[in-house]
Design a protein around this ligand. Structure first.
Ligand SMILES: [Zn+2]
Length: 288
């Protein structure tokens, strides 16, 4: 189908490394036509070339509106615990969520008396946020949203940075908007995880149309340090055997099969290492 091939080619764009701006990379693997590469200079892993117009896609069909329609009590407990950890940062009483999605986190924060602000571009998510009474929604991309300098005590970005065209610009922008001493808390997929190592390129989280920047603890640290964050803490959790969403474990190829009885045990213990596939990061804006 030459026509289809031509269409896809015209929708692709070649990019420099977002972290260091250089153009030399080594190919790691190709999945569903998307080349996953590692920057020779800084080690950043990203999709190159990638689809054009990520921002436009996310406005309409992006993952911003994904997530639960209602929360379980366990999920609410987790959010409350996360908010407790933010309490000591409360001075200006303003909290920002970049990629707020359906607004569950900000809703709990508002119940705690925080003045909540959301950055969100997905039109369905924006409606959901407003329906929950979360009025302060900035409908602009993470890379270029306009908010006053030194305005927020806390900024949160949950499973967002891997979708962004420029994590560097987003982190610089968040840093600017945080007050000195303010807290950044984010999560993203850990490329240097056991889940990746065991499942290989077929691992469910590798989705080159959508997950275009794949961080590891080393590249995350490099990015945050470059923009003046300090007290960077990285922990990881979670292990799975999933090649596709809802992939049944009994369909796993021999070799991976033998890990099935140990999956839960590994999942419970991997949080003591840096090899879990969910990376949870906290950092503070320095006082300089
Ligand atoms: Zn680089």
């Amino acid at each position: 189908m030459p026509e289809l091939t031509m269409n896809k080619e015209s929708r692709l764009t070649t990019v420099l490394c977002d972290l260091c701006g250089t153009d030399e990379q080594d190919l790691l693997f190709v999945k569903e036509g998307f080349r996953h590469v590692r920057c020779r200079n800084c080690g950043m892993v990203f999709v190159n070339p990638r689809l054009k117009g990520h921002v436009e896609v996310q406005k309409i069909t992006g993952t911003g509106a994904m997530g639960e329609d209602r929360l379980t009590s366990a999920h609410i407990r987790r959010i409350k615990k996360e908010l407790e950890g933010m309490e000591s940062f409360r001075k200006l009483n303003r909290i920002l969520e970049v990629g707020a999605g359906k607004g569950w986190f900000l809703l709990e924060a508002s119940k705690d008396g925080w003045e909540t602000w959301a950055i969100e571009i997905n039109s369905i998510a924006v409606q959901e946020l407003k329906a929950k009474g979360l009025a302060q929604v900035i409908v602009q991309p993470a890379e270029s949203f306009e908010a006053p300098n030194n305005f927020f005590d806390v900024a949160r970005a949950w499973d967002v940075i891997e979708h962004l065209e420029s994590p560097r610009k987003a982190i610089a922008n968040i840093h600017r908007a945080l007050r000195p001493g303010g807290l950044l808390r984010l999560s993203t997929t850990n490329f240097a995880s056991l889940s990746h190592w065991v499942n290989g390129p077929e691992w469910v989280y590798f989705n080159g149309a959508d997950h275009i920047h794949l961080f590891e603890p080393s590249t995350m640290t490099r990015l945050l340090e470059a923009y003046g964050f300090c007290k960077i803490r990285i922990r990881t959790k979670s292990f799975n055997l999933r090649r596709k969403l809802y992939y049944p474990e009994h369909d796993l190829p021999t070799g991976l099969n033998i890990l099935v009885p140990f999956r839960k045990l590994i999942d419970e213990t991997i949080r003591f290492t840096l090899y879990g596939h969910q990376m949870i990061v906290t950092a503070k804006k320095g006082h300089r």
